[in-house]
Structures are given as structure tokens and as C-alpha cells.
Design a protein around this ligand. Structure first.
Ligand code: DX5
Ligand code: ZN
Length: 225
């Protein structure tokens, strides 16, 4: 029921393919793929070419988190590159409902992402069309930041709205997730946990797949919920 989604933002890009197979073989569920454009956020990362390159390496879902503005132009490129989920920030799209429709028309699951200060009213008229809601627990742009506790009350509110909708919508948290807070975050209602630095900075040479210990430690915390 709980899904762990390592963010490759904190992986070693000089051996990205190996990092991806290692982290999935270590028991992670989803590859979280952070796309930054040095415009919507002050950082620049990876695009559809990298998504296409990693696609053959795993059957795991690739969860593309777009931190780009505008959004629509790049959506079909990621769909063609093998993305399974495409999420975007409402502030970055002039027509939110249209962008959701575009993502679904391309055969992908659609997600809407909420920055720490973005109000939840963007869900009012589109919740039924979404497959995923992503709550940011840091300001987007960088890995390794500290979890903003206010995200918990937001998670709780979204959990309620999803449950009331009766729809199967994933509730994902992104930013500052570690072994010492993942259980509390799960209790608050998240079912999908992005973790970048917590996982990729905890690789062990002695682990069979480098990340077995840290993924097991995160799962052990989730088992307590
Ligand atoms: C931040 C990204 C996150 C980031 C999380 O803008 O969306 O996915 O990689 O990194 P950690 O887990 O280190 O906070
Ligand atoms: Zn992300």
C-alpha cells in the first residue's frame, strides 16, 4: 500500500543507469524524476532524453515531476519518452484543466503539485480528473532541504478530500522525507514517499544492491504505522 519513490536528483549522474537498477533492486517502487528549467525554479536538471535513456532499464513507474513553465509544450515529449506519471504545478500552467487533459490524452497518469504556500483550492474543480496529488514539503528546486512541518496539515486536508471523493488518487509527499519522519507522514495520510538525499546519500558498499539497508529502514518505519 505504501510506495517509496527515490528522487534521482540526488543520484550519481555519472552512473545513473546503475543507480536506477540498484535502487529498484533494493526494493524501491517508483523512480521520481525531477525536471527543473531555471525559470520556474532556480535550477536546471534533466529532460525527455534522459527519461528515454532510462526507460528500458526498469519496469518501475517513472514519475515525472515537472518544475517547468510553461508546461504543455513538453508533456508529449515525456509521454513518448516513457513517463508513466506526469505532475505539474498549477502556477506554471495557464489552463490547468487543459494540461490535465493533455497528460491523460497522452496515456499518462496526471498529478497536480502544491508548493508549501500554494492553496488547495486548485483541487476544487479537477480532483476527480487527477490520479495523484503531490504535496511539496520543501520549496521546489533543490534536494537535501529540511521538511516543512506545515505540510502535514495540508496532507491531512487532502487525505480527507480524496477519501470523500471515493476515487483512487495517490497522495505523494516530496521534500525532506527521512527515516525519522516517514512514519508520521504516513499517519497523516500520504501513501507515496519521495526521498532523494535520504536514499542516495545512504548507499552502502556492503549492501547487495547498495540501497537495500536504507530502503528496508524506510519500510520498517512504515510497518510501524
Ligand atoms: C525538490 C524535488 C525533490 C527533491 C527531494 O524540488 O522535487 O524531489 O529531490 O529531495 P530530498 O528528498 O533530498 O528532500
Ligand atoms: Zn520532486
Amino acid at each position: 500500500m505504501y510506495r517509496i519513490a527515490p528522487s534521482i536528483l540526488s543520484a550519481n549522474f555519472a552512473k545513473l543507469g546503475q543507480e536506477i537498477t540498484d535502487v529498484i533492486d533494493s526494493g524501491a517502487d517508483i523512480i521520481h524524476f525531477d525536471v527543473m528549467d531555471n525559470h520556474y525554479v532556480p535550477n536546471l536538471t534533466i529532460g525527455p532524453l534522459v527519461c528515454e535513456a532510462i526507460r528500458p532499464l526498469t519496469d518501475a513507474m517513472i514519475d515525472v515531476h515537472l518544475m517547468v513553465e510553461p508546461v504543455d509544450r513538453i508533456v508529449p515529449d515525456f509521454a513518448k519518452a516513457g513517463a508513466n506519471i506526469i505532475s505539474f504545478h498549477p502556477e506554471a500552467s495557464a489552463h490547468i484543466d487543459r494540461t490535465i487533459g493533455l497528460i491523460k490524452d497522452q496515456g499518462c497518469l496526471a498529478g497536480l503539485v502544491f508548493n508549501p504556500a500554494t492553496p488547495l483550492h486548485y483541487l476544487d474543480h479537477v480532483l476527480d480528473k487527477l490520479d495523484l496529488v503531490l504535496i511539496m514539503s520543501v520549496n521546489p528546486g533543490f534536494g537535501g532541504q529540511k521538511f516543512i512541518p506545515e505540510a502535514l496539515s495540508k496532507l491531512k486536508a487532502v487525505r480527507r478530500r480524496i477519501d470523500e471523493s471515493g476515487k483512487e488518487i495517490m497522495l505523494e509527499i516530496d521534500g525532506g522525507v527521512k527515516t525519522d519522519n516517514i512514519a508520521e507522514i504516513a499517519r497523516t495520510g500520504a501513501d507515496t514517499f519521495v526521498a532523494g538525499s535520504a536514499i542516495f546519500h545512504a548507499g552502502q558498499d556492503n549492501d547487495p544492491h547498495r540501497y537495500d539497508s536504507i530502503v528496508a529502514a524506510l519500510r520498517a518505519e512504515l510497518d510501524k504505522v
